[in-house]
Design a binder for this molecule. Sequence first.
Ligand code: NDP
Ligand code: HSE
Length: 447
Amino acid sequence: MIAYRNLRVALLGAGSVGAQVATLLTEHHDELASRVGAGLDLVGIAVRDVDAPRSAPLDPALLTTDAMSLIESADIVIELMGGIEPARSYILHALNSGADVVTGNKALLAAHGPELQAAAEQVGAQVYYEAAVAGAIPIIRPLRESLAGDRVKRILGIVNGTTNFILDKMDVEGDTFENALAVATELGYAEADPTADIEGYDAAQKAAILARLAFHTDVPVEAVHREGITTITAAQVSQAQKAGYVVKLLAICERLTDPETGVEGVSARVYPALISRQHPLAAVHGGKNAVFVEAEAAGDLMFYGAGAGGIETASAVLGDVVSAARRHVAGGPGVAETTHANLTILPIDSVSTRYQITLEVSDAPGVLARIASLFSEHGVSVEAVQQSVASVGPDAVAAGTPDGSGTATLVIVTHIASERALSRTVAAIADQKVVVRVESVLRVEGA
Ligand code: NDP
Ligand code: HSE
């Protein structure tokens, strides 16, 4: 039963996601009207070039380059252009014109989320952004609404499809980083410039958004510690496999206490880490995303699915459009989100986790004992050590052992230790003459 006037929906952007949103809004018009209690009329689509080819057939009469006039005529504005400007100004204009806003723009939300939320609150409107993190996967609404009565302890997320595709291909097929990236680009997972994916910027934006919601605290994207996957080698992936681990680029948001200063706060970080092959996140293959949430009362929850793709992401956008439309029909303020906790944002040094350190050392008596003593001197407890011969004879001289006695590879896994203690230990180890090189230091997560 439709009793309310039809709502006017403006779409900004008709690219991979926008074109699919336009199609679904049109094709599902009657069904959506029944769910909302009002018709949702797509009144225009703002683009840069009205003549550009589209991935879905769109009514040419809807296309316009005059975004401002379109915004002013709408009850709901869907922003799917991407980038900071003019998206930010358009959204502010939409809110100030009395419209609710739906966006998938993680870059904008990570950089200007508090400003947009404040503008929305001031005029009693809402900003919905389910599509901004992990594409089709419902994770914003669960954090903002379903878990609003619980306390989130930690979030471990695979939130970038490109990097998961690359690392999975290296793990499953023994592929190199370069080849895997080329395939990811060919398949359209990676951005046109994949730096945002492989250097972890995209995941860091998503981590900032998740941490804000989970811990009711503004987390600027600049405060998210970020390391990408460009240094991960096929050898590291294969060694991880032998040790029962898989390498994943993780976005981690956690409430913790700095072990040295006692300061309580929030840590948000992105880095490649080892996780046990038994952990649910290890089963996330290809370009898929998953977010693992540990909450005080609810326990462990996992959200899994497509983290990108036009039609998949359009599903999340449409869910938000329905929420926005229902709010119009029912009235009232909609779902609030708060930053009341205002926790301290802790630096990476405050984090404690487990580590895997791979060293090439002289294969000589007393070396293992010396390395072990350095761990103990710095308060880092060793959980396991594995040694294998790395080089002998002329290879050993080339590798840097002056007497040609040969080198050995030591793979050391620690118990939980602080980043500070671990950094001091690694620095002391690197200073030893018997250490040819520190091959890698990887964190071990998910315990
Ligand atoms: P595209 O680059 O495919 O499309 C962008 C669209 O915005 C184009 O239609 C473009 O117009 C239009 N546009 C860009 N700048 C302007 C402007 N100044 N004025 C008017 N129109 C403009 O982006 P996507 O569809 O891939 O992504 C849209 C948003 O969704 C981004 O914020 C992205 O981060 C987010 N997102 C995307 C996902 C995906 O899988 N693609 C997944 C999750 C989120 P024209 O066509 O004329 O050039
Ligand atoms: N390039 C992003 C990814 C798209 O690989 O996950 C979705 O945000």
